[in-house]
Ligand binder design. Sequence first.
Ligand code: ZN
Ligand code: ZN
Length: 138
Amino acid sequence: MARNIARTAVDTVRWVGHQLIEPLRADDELKNFTLSIPETQTTTVDGDIGWANRPPAVVNCPRCDSEIQQSRSIETIDCPRCVGEFDAEEFAALELLYLQCPVCGTRMEHGNRHPNTIDVPEWATCERCRYHWEFEHF
Ligand SMILES: [Zn+2]
Ligand SMILES: [Zn+2]
């Protein structure tokens, strides 16, 4: 009987410990992930840095309102539906619908850290495979 009680107490401690550790572990992962970005070549987390390595983007055609995919940032943005054609430099002027994960094809989360000085996304993250892209080093 005493042994049973002792075991239950240990299990409870373990369970509580698990609950406490979980959020910390998630934070740790995030921290490690951020720190590991400059050396993505040697880590298991997939990622790229720089506008030239930007993930494929889908923008809205201002002429016919259809989606235009620009797979590389240096490519001309050529609408498949109408005669709309835009230079790569005009990217910022077009409405960005989303960036697409180059690894698994999922629609990525993206954002901008300096909306007043930079008018293109500065980071993008794939929630599915954790691929991460950064405009530049921190
Ligand atoms: Zn068009
Ligand atoms: Zn992905």
